[in-house]
Structure formats: C-alpha cells, structure tokens
Design a protein around this ligand. Structure first.
Ligand SMILES: Cc1cc2nc3c(=O)[nH]c(=O)nc-3n(C[C@H](O)[C@H](O)[C@H](O)COP(=O)(O)O)c2cc1C
Ligand SMILES: [Fe+2]
Ligand SMILES: [Fe+2]
Length: 383
C-alpha cells in the first residue's frame, strides 16, 4: 500500500485467526498495521501481534529499514506483541513512548534494558526525524490508559492507534462499506469510552489532517469529515439512524415467532429494522445495531425464575459497553409464571437515559391473536 515517498506500510494481515480478542468473529480477517517513516532518522510506528512477528520483520527488511526509533502508541498485544523480537533484531533502536507504557512494558517483556533504550515523551512533545516531526497526543482510555497518537507535521498524517480502526484484512479493493465493520469494532472495543474519544476528537479538530493511519484497517485519505463525523456521533451515544434493534432469546421458537412478527410489522411501517437471534448470532453484531438505532425491542423466554440466558448475556454486554440514550420495549414468554421482564428490567433501569416502553407484553407460550394485538399496541407506543 502506497502512503507517501517517505512513509511505507509494513503491517500484516491475519486471515487465519479464529476470533479476534477471543470473541469477535472476523471472517474477513484483521490487519495489524505498522508503518515506517524514512528521514535522517528512521522511525517504525508500532509492531504487530506475535502471531505475525516473522512476517513483519521480513517486511521491515524488504523496505531496508534500519530503525533509530520504535514508536509505541498502544501496548495491547495485538500491536506490541513483537517489541521483544524487534529489540533483539535492532538492539540500538530507541523505544519512544510515554511513562505509562514504560511502566507496563516489563509486564509483557522481561529483560529489556529499558534504561538505555527508552525515550519518554509527554503529551504535546515533539520528536524530529529530519524534515518529519512527530507530535505526540495522549489519548488515555481510548481504550487503554497508555494510548497515544502521533501527528506528523510535514505530511499532516495522524497515526491514530486503535481509533478509526476496523475489522477486515487489507485488500487491494476499495473499501465501499467502511462503517459496517468499523462500527462493530468501535462499539464493542471502544464503546464504553465515549467521553475520552470525544476529548480526543476535540484535540484532533485543531489539526490539519490529510491522512489517518490506524492500527487496523485501511488508511483513510479521502472524505475525512465522513469518518470523523461517524466518530463524533458514536462517541456521543447519539443514534446514528432512526430504527429498531429487535433481539430475541427463545428456547422453543415461540418468542422467535413473536420477534419476527414485530420485525415484519415495523418493516411494513417503513422502519429500518435489524433482527437478531441472540442464541445464534454474533453478539457483537447485535451490540453494533443496538447503538446504531434509537430504539430496541427485546423479547425473551422465562427461564428458571429469570430470563433465558442468551438475553441476560446480551444485557450484560450492553451494560459493559455503556448502552444509553435509547428507548427500549420488553416482551416476555413463560409457560407457568413469566419472569423474564422482571429479570431484564433492572439492567436497563440502571443504564443512563434509557426510556422503557410502558406497554409490556407477556406471551403465555404461543403467539396467538391476543398476543399479536398486544404487540401491535406496544409497537404503537414505540413509534
Ligand atoms: C429450563 C427451562 C426453564 C424455564 N423456566 C420458566 C420459568 O421460570 N417460568 C416460566 O413461566 N416458564 C419457564 N420455562 C418455560 C418457557 O419459558 C416457556 O416454554 C416459553 O413459552 C418458551 O418460549 P419459547 O418457545 O420462545 O422458548 C422454562 C423452560 C425451560 C426449558
Ligand atoms: Fe487495543
Ligand atoms: Fe488493536
């Protein structure tokens, strides 16, 4: 991938990983991005996951890299995993990062002689490489405490760490739907940290940015307002589109039928709807849709005096990602003493600015005509 005459891409694709972070299906793989800036001094920007160390070191050789510096923006192992191998191969290179990173680094790599290697930078510090100058911008809790970005002043490049990243290995094809996988990435990985992301966006708005170089996914070099606009909406927890998440957890299929009835009715009214079977779907996709739309309808079977566990698990995920500012309606099913709503409600009541629909619907096993009528009245209230 061409970035500029002085900046080369040396990252790697990982297409044989089963689950990113042991939880996110990535059918299209994921990239661990790394870049080299060539100038009087040569700076390598981040390493890669240790799954791909050898390939990355070969990429460095292929561009004839003789590094003076390794800049560490984020110490999570998907990026920092090859620091040990880097130090072995390039013993004279200095490591550039902040105090928090250097405090954590020995937890990951024992026996690095940090005293002779480390260059500790503060927020706003600069590092001159010759004609290129890196300015460091701290972004604590986007989404780890040590995260920092750097802005290269001569070419207006923002090395954005995990911000603006997305799932999916890099290909030569144009990325025509960046938002889909970037949104799943954002809400599941960074979602809880909307306030720190907003702070970062404010800092970034003072910069003249021509290209964004994230640690995953494509380099962004056109229509930057579009990407920054998406991040502005996402980090503020405002809804991106008017519409519905309809998510259900059904043991024997009756609640599933009710969910399908609800989804179809909404679609017939012209609403945008995404329907998820929480027993089978990628939870991360359902989380993504929950944040995308302004309304959600959650339907679940009762289970052992509580709620069927895939729904409870989903609510725990929503809580973990700081779900808020949405309207939510609840539907339960039970054969003898329905308990699902009683179990679901406390999760939602404890979230910020969640408005629960007054109408609640209880199915006593099958979706009969009277249950349909009730669901229609719940839908009316949610319009
Ligand atoms: C293990 C298990 C526990 C259940 N616990 C309850 C319960 O506590 N209260 C209740 O009313 N129904 C309970 N049920 C019954 C289901 O909630 C009921 O059959 C419901 O109609 C299932 O809807 P579904 O067809 O969408 O799965 C339980 C069912 C199973 C299999
Ligand atoms: Fe990360
Ligand atoms: Fe990452």
């Amino acid at each position: 991938m061409y970035i500029s005459d002085s900046v080369k891409y040396v990252g790697v694709n990982d297409t044989d990983i089963d689950l990113f972070e042991s939880q996110y299906p990535v059918e299209e793989g994921i990239s661990y991005n790394s870049y080299v800036i060539f100038d009087n001094k040569t700076a390598v920007m981040d390493t890669v996951d240790k799954r791909k160390t050898d390939e990355w070191l070969k990429n460095l050789e292929d561009v004839s890299c003789e590094p003076d510096y390794l800049v560490i923006h984020h110490i999570e192992p998907d990026h920092a995993g090859s620091i040990g191998a880097f130090c072995e191969k390039y013993p004279n290179a200095k490591l550039v990062s902040n105090a928090k990173t250097f405090a954590m680094l020995p937890q990951f790599f024992e026996g690095l002689d940090l005293e002779s290697k480390k260059v500790v930078v503060a927020d706003g510090d600069t590092l001159s490489l010759g004609t290129h100058t890196l300015k460091f911008i701290f972004a604590p809790m986007v989404h780890w405490p040590e995260v920092m970005l750097s802005y290269e002043e001569s070419e207006n490049l923002l090395f954005s760490a995990d911000a603006f990243g997305k799932f999916g290995a890099l290909t030569d094809e144009e990325d025509d739907d960046w938002a889909c996988e970037a949104r799943r990435y954002y809400f599941n990985i960074v979602g809880k940290y909307g306030a720190p992301v907003s702070t970062l966006l404010k800092k970034a708005s003072a910069l003249d940015i021509k290209k964004i170089l994230p640690l995953h996914g494509p380099v962004l070099d056109k229509n930057l307002e579009y990407y920054i606009g998406k991040y502005t909406v996402w980090s503020s927890y405002e809804c991106e589109d008017k519409g519905f998440l309809v998510a259900y957890a059904s043991i024997h299929g009756n609640t599933a039928e009710a969910a399908e009835f609800v989804a179809k009715t909404l679609e017939d009214k012209g609403e945008m709807v995404e329907l998820f079977d929480l027993c089978r779907c990628d939870t991360a996709e359902a989380i993504e849709a929950a944040f995308r739309y302004d309304r959600a309808i959650l339907l679940a079977s009762s289970y052992d005096g509580g709620v069927f566990l895939p729904m409870e698990d989903f609510l725990i995920h929503l809580r973990s990602k700081a779900y808020q500012k949405r309207r939510v309606a609840l539907v339960q099913n039970g054969a003898w003493g329905p308990t699902a709503i009683r179990a679901m409600k406390p999760y939602l009541e404890n979230m910020k600015e969640i408005t629960l629909c007054e109408k609640e619907v209880t199915l006593k096993s099958i979706l009969n005509e009277s249950a349909k009528k009730e669901l229609l009245s719940l839908i009316d209230e949610m319009m």
